[in-house]
Design a protein around this ligand. Structure first.
Ligand code: ATP
Length: 364
């Protein structure tokens, strides 16, 4: 039976080749694993890491909080193959982040930040040697997440509910206090501190709260367990200025006092200059900058926003120049190759496949 590995490592770095040999499958991924490496993308992502780093062996060393070795990732379509005509979302990324780091993850919309955080958080399967968190592969070592040592907090507290709609906010009539007391084995002092930091009223009822109040409870729930590595995907959008400032101070103290490590993806930069120990900038799925904060003059001079704006304008300029060179996208080829199918019901809505939709799994 084909093993639904995602297409994460076309160059067969790490254990891909060994896995393909061990797994008796003739499925699409076995075929892909046998394909020659893509020579066009062999350029290593410039992991200008903060410290003089040893060769990225991803040997399972416990020295780094987070380590990636030529990490690539593509979203698979429903048939397990990469989405047709789409480049890998994360490409050839190598980083080594020390324990105790507070790393800001920056990049334009669609750069691959969420995807990267999800891969690091063990939500997408990649070859074991491509990612190590606390020395273990996050997807395979489920103890990392189940123990709370590795935590991912992102997105909104919402779900797709049949016949109600997409992205319905969590709005059951549940008191905030009941939610915050629902996890077993939580240190009451830590819970009380979080309630204080996030200015939560335990009497809030979740169906009556504002977006920002719901977000505060969501963040508190995500931080109840004393994480060792925390991946934050723009969670402060709904918070007011005070709530955000207090949370960022709490998070920095967690790293300084307990040696925890945080990667925080955000588009909001005001007042953040003193927060990061590292900056990581990605664009087009590739690592562009990975640097210690002390080596970035704009952080010292309080000009983080100006620096990010410069990076983003340059990326936009390059992207537009490339598009102008390549001409308008021609969808006719895909139209011939991808049939339009109704794939059935998903989240209460008929998931009809439009031209080029990722739902179109029947290819001709
Ligand atoms: N589930 C998915 N299936 C297929 N493609 C996806 C999926 N999720 C994201 N993508 C694609 O991957 C690319 C990167 O998306 P991602 O959400 O990681 O970017 P991002 O940097 O977090 O963007 P933003 O700043 O807007 O949140 C985008 O082109 C997006 O269309």
């Amino acid at each position: 039976m084909p093993v639904p590995l995602s297409v994460t490592n076309p160059k067969a770095v790490g254990l891909v080749a060994a896995q393909a040999a061990e797994l008796p499958t003739q499925g699409p991924f076995a075929r892909m694993a046998q394909q020659p490496a893509d020579q066009g993308s062999t350029k290593q992502a410039a992991a200008a890491a903060a410290d003089p780093v040893p060769a990225a062996t991803a040997s399972g060393s416990n020295d780094w909080a987070v380590e990636t070795c030529s990490l690539s990732f593509s979203y698979p379509d429903l048939d397990g193959r990469p989405l047709p005509g789409k480049a890998a979302v994360v490409r050839d990324m190598s980083i080594q982040l020390p324990r105790g780091a507070t790393c800001l993850l920056i990049g334009p919309n669609g750069a691959g930040k969420t995807t990267l955080l999800k891969v690091l958080g063990g939500k997408h399967m990649v070859p074991e040697d491509a990612v190590r968190v606390l020395g273990e592969p996050p997807f395979h070592a489920t103890n990392l997440t189940s123990s709370g040592a590795l935590a991912y907090v992102g997105g909104n507290w919402e779900r797709d509910i049949a016949f109600a709609g997409y992205a319905v906010p969590l709005a059951g009539d549940i008191p905030a206090s009941q939610m915050l007391n629902s996890l077993p084995g939580i240190d009451p002092a830590r819970r009380d501190r979080l309630i204080d930091v996030l200015d939560i009223d335990p009497a809030w009822r979740m169906h009556l709260v504002s977006d920002g109040q719901r977000r505060r409870v969501q963040i508190a729930m995500g931080l109840l367990k004393p994480f060792k590595v925390l991946l934050l995907d723009e969670i402060t959008v709904d918070l007011d200025v005070l709530g955000r400032a207090d949370l960022m101070t709490f998070l920095r103290d967690e790293c300084r006092e307990r040696g925890a490590t945080i990667i925080y993806a955000t588009h909001i930069f005001d007042g953040l200059e003193a927060w990061p120990s590292h900056l990581m900038y990605v664009a087009g799925g590739q690592l562009q900058v990975f640097e210690k904060a002390e080596n970035i003059p704009e952080l010292q001079s309080g000009q983080l926003l100006a620096l990010v704006e410069r990076w983003l304008r340059e990326e936009q300029r390059q992207r537009q120049a490339l598009a102008a060179k390549q001409g308008p996208a021609d969808g006719s080829k895909e139209l011939l190759e991808v049939a339009s199918w109704n794939n059935g019901w998903a989240s209460g809505r008929l998931a009809s496949s439009m031209k080029l939709s990722s739902n179109a799994v029947m290819r001709m």
